[in-house]
Design a binder for this molecule. Structure first.
Ligand code: ZN
Length: 292
């Protein structure tokens, strides 16, 4: 973003960027942020004094806790039209998951109307909170105290506090590097990875720094653990090794997000490999039993 893209809202000192869609605002903008949006409202009623503006709430894609994945959410509340004379209003639309019809999302918004369907939106808040929740599998790895720190990192990330989010995540991941290596070693043993790799992982675990650890691992990890063909430990190390000092808040936010995404994906993959292997051995046992 350049300075030219940014204007300051009159009297409020809040930065407003290039206009985005209402969909992007609802899905991707953290609370306490104000953005210019387009296609925010449509005209309702006749002409002159009877004219009214009606906010438009498009379908959006959100994580559904019931369906455990991304789903289409539709606005379930009727949008009230507002007299043409009022430029500012508040709204609290409720969205519902189109698949399970159970999960809801409520937003609390401040709406400022501008010309030709445009306007500004400020997000007071939303429930459930912004962003995909951290999975219990990830939190279990960290234990009670550090899981709380990790969730604080998630809160900071949700609010756009990049430096704080990154600091929380880094502290927790570094504290649990050994646990992460243990999990990877265990799953490598389960899926029958080479003895060479397992020895390298054990040697890597003994190193004090993440960089030294990564130097020890020469053999490729099992296919099932790779993210887009890449070693997730390398990606994690890359994101974590960025210095907190000198980086902009925005860059820290991107790195924090990368750390959380790679870590979550890696832990899900470990769980999946374990489960697949368990199912496989049950199937083999069943076949052997039949033969006998
Ligand atoms: Zn759902």
């Amino acid at each position: 973003m350049t300075d030219a893209d940014t204007v300051v809202a009159e009297g409020e000192g809040i930065e407003i960027n290039q206009p985005i869609s209402v969909k992007d605002f609802l899905e991707k903008t953290h609370p306490s942020a104000q953005k210019s949006v387009f296609d925010l409202w449509e005209l309702e009623g006749g002409v002159g004094t009877s004219r009214r503006r009606k906010p438009v709430y498009p379908d959006i894609r959100l994580h559904c806790r019931v369906c455990e994945g991304e789903r289409t959410f539709r606005c379930a509340t009727t949008s009230n039209s507002i007299s043409w004379d009022f430029r500012i209003t508040s709204a609290h639309p409720i969205y519902r998951c189109g698949d399970c019809l159970e999960e809801t999302k409520q937003y609390s918004l401040r709406i400022t109307f501008a010309d030709e369907g445009d306007g500004q939106l400020y997000k007071y808040g939303e429930y459930p909170p912004f962003g995909i929740p951290v999975s219990n599998r990830v939190l279990r790895l960290f234990g009670k105290v550090d899981a709380e720190l990790f969730l604080k990192g998630r809160q900071c990330e949700n609010l756009g506090y990049g430096i704080a989010a990154f600091a929380y995540y880094r502290r927790v991941v570094e504290n649990h590097r050994n646990d992460l290596f243990d999990e990877i070693i265990k799953v490598c043993q389960t899926v029958g990875a080479s003895a060479e790799l397992i020895e390298e992982l054990k040697a890597a675990k003994k190193e004090i720094s993440f960089s030294k650890s990564m130097e020890k691992i020469k053999t490729g990890l099992p296919q099932g653990l790779l993210i887009d063909g890449h070693n997730p430990l390398n990606a994690l190390h890359g994101a974590l090794s960025v210095g907190l000092h000198g980086e902009s808040d925005e860059d820290c936010l991107s790195n924090a997000q990368a750390v959380r995404l790679v870590l979550s994906d890696l832990i899900e993959r470990i769980a999946l490999l374990k489960q697949e292997n368990k199912q496989l051995s049950v199937a083999v046992q069943r076949l052997l039993a039949k033969r006998a």
